[in-house]
Design a protein around this ligand. Structure first.
Ligand SMILES: [Zn+2]
Ligand SMILES: [Zn+2]
Ligand SMILES: [Zn+2]
Length: 184
């Protein structure tokens, strides 16, 4: 096999598609090419998976970067730039095109909160959590009749719930509120 043939074969593997997404990708930490199943689900990324493989996350080979005041200030400056804002707007549009129902649910909830028609709970409604910080509404269903019917939880529990596929609501709150619906 020539070098070119070997290269072409690798490139074809790297770009083999499954359901519209590359079936394999390269881990940003260990640099190994792995199947998508080897990356934890992550809603914020375009292919729905983390950039760092499960093995790197579990063994702490990948250490999440924690922002200090200096980095935060630098990020604030970066996010003011027109090219950042353009890119961000495109990402938001891509998300809305891909998940119209989830987007409409979020918009309806935001409007209701802004107009004062609805108020957030004052603390996280996840079992064992009393956080009053960064409370968000979690939709157990994206059907229009449920757009304002949410579980209130802190941002950390919200993200964790979507990543693990379920949320356990506190005692006295119906368990169905912990459902993670298919994004649509
Ligand atoms: Zn890795
Ligand atoms: Zn949610
Ligand atoms: Zn919480």
């Amino acid at each position: 096999m020539t070098v070119l043939e070997a290269y072409t074969e690798t490139a074809q593997q790297a770009f083999s598609f499954e359901g519209g997404h590359a079936a394999v990708k390269r881990c940003q930490t260990c640099k190994a090419t792995r199947t998508l199943a080897e990356f934890a689900p992550h809603n914020a990324s375009r292919d729905g998976r983390r950039a760092h493989c499960k093995e790197c996350c579990l063994t702490e080979r990948y250490r999440p970067y924690i922002e200090g005041p200096e980095q935060r200030a630098r990020r604030a400056r970066r996010e003011c730039r027109p090219e950042w804002r353009r890119g961000h707007r495109r990402a938001v549009e891509r998300y809305a095109a891909r998940y119209p129902m989830a987007t409409n649910a979020t918009k309806a909830l935001r409007r209701a909160l802004q107009s004062g028609r609805l108020a957030k709970a004052d603390h996280c409604q996840v079992e064992g959590c009393a956080s009053r910080h960064a409370i968000e509404g979690h939709h157990w269903s994206y059907a229009p009749e449920n757009w304002l019917d949410v579980l209130w939880c802190c941002a950390a529990h919200h993200r964790q719930g979507h990543a693990q596929g379920f949320i356990v609501p506190a005692a006295g709150i119906s368990a169905h509120y912990g459902t993670i619906p298919e994004r649509s």
